[in-house]
Ligand binder design. Structure first.
Ligand code: SF4
Length: 349
């Protein structure tokens, strides 16, 4: 197998073998695959906007947005299109290339579709890539989103098929897989990953990656979240996952899905800079940027830029904008200003 081999026939034993290698061997292999497929010093940056918050009828045990758990979360109805566009403009000005819009729904209602498709059109017209996560989709809804120009649809598998019932009872693993198949059939890119640290075993982490990598096409984007323990949710008192096991999960995802963007998502707030750097070395090449990751805290944008500066990482720019010298210069200037602001603040403390 070369560093660029795309496989869809992983067995659980093979995936577990990857996980159980000596840590340094695993990291070396992951970094080798990463370098064969991506610029190792570039990280793609997305911003996430919660377009409808809380009061979700589903029972995902990790989620503060479920109406079943008392987490003190302030509910919000579907945002107005104009307000979403403003957030997208701010995200673009801060350097994001992709704008992800998430709604806490089991699935969108048909009456919601004109609003969300309008959001897609308007955000796309700013020159941003668009991503949405709205729950389960019917065939025609997937087609409407694709027609509006939606680039990515996020729908996470969360964990292995075997462990899924411990986390969610209001829909099945197969429901998830069907929505992902509809997204693909409609011609959109797939963003799908999961959460580690929910009390699952290593074989469940392996099972989730096996399921993702054995799809007919690998997800274009694979978010690996570390559980954010929110008071009031059933997983609030869970034990922390060993940070090395988290890094192993990132590395195995990189090896199994060589050309996919592996995204460090929720839980970054809990990771120190060294752990994030190790995750980038293991093959993570996408982050969410901004102060909120849906409803849980995300490291402030300028801290991210400081870390990028320390590591010599460049935020990835969209290819179609590479020739747009003005935009590139503007972005670089903003990033430099942010890094300088942070340095000045540190020096003054
Ligand atoms: S993860 Fe999504 S579907 Fe599950 S409770 Fe939260 S908002 Fe609802």
């Amino acid at each position: 197998m070369t560093a660029a081999t795309i496989r869809h026939d992983w067995t659980r034993a093979q995936v577990l073998n990857l996980f159980q290698q000596p840590f340094m061997d695993l990291l070396f292999q992951a970094q080798t695959v990463h370098r064969a497929n991506f610029d190792p010093n570039q990280v793609q940056v997305s911003t996430l906007c919660s377009i409808k918050t809380g009061a979700c009828p589903e029972d995902c045990a990790y989620c503060p947005q479920s109406a079943r758990y008392d987490t003190g979360l302030e509910k919000q109805k579907l945002m107005k299109v104009e307000a979403v566009v403003k957030e997208a403009e701010a995200a673009k000005a801060a350097g994001a290339t992709r704008f992800c819009m998430g709604a806490a729904w089991r699935s969108p209602k048909n009456k919601d579709m004109p609003y969300v498709t309008d959001m897609v059109r308007r955000v796309k017209s700013l020159g941003l890539e668009t991503c949405m996560t709205l729950g389960m989709l019917k065939d025609e809804q997937a087609e409407e989103l694709a027609d509006a120009g939606l680039d990515y649809y996020n729908h996470n598998l969360d964990t292995s098929k075997e462990y899924y019932g411990e986390i969610i009872t209001t829909r099945t693993y197969d429901d998830r897989l069907q929505t992902l198949a509809r997204v693909r059939a409609a011609g959109m890119k797939v963003c799908s990953g999961g959460i580690v640290g929910m009390g699952e075993e290593e074989t469940d982490r392996a099972g989730m990656l096996q399921q993702l990598a054995n799809m007919p096409e690998h997800p274009d984007s694979v978010p690996i979240n570390m559980l954010v323990k929110v008071t009031g949710t059933p997983l609030a008192e869970n034990d922390d996952i060993d940070p090395f096991e988290f890094i192993r999960t990132v590395a195995v995802a990189r090896i199994m899905m060589p050309k996919s963007y592996v995204r460090l998502s929720a839980g970054r707030e809990e990771m120190n800079e060294q752990m994030q750097a190790l995750a980038f070395f293991a093959g993570a090449n996408s982050i969410f940027y901004g102060e909120k990751l849906l409803t849980t805290p995300n490291p402030a944008a300028n801290q991210d830029m400081m870390l990028f500066a320390k590591l010599g990482i460049q935020p990835e720019t969209r290819e179609e904008h590479m020739s747009d010298a003005q935009q590139t210069a503007e972005l670089e200037q903003q990033l430099t200003e942010r890094a300088n602001e942070e340095r000045f603040y540190n020096a003054a403390v």
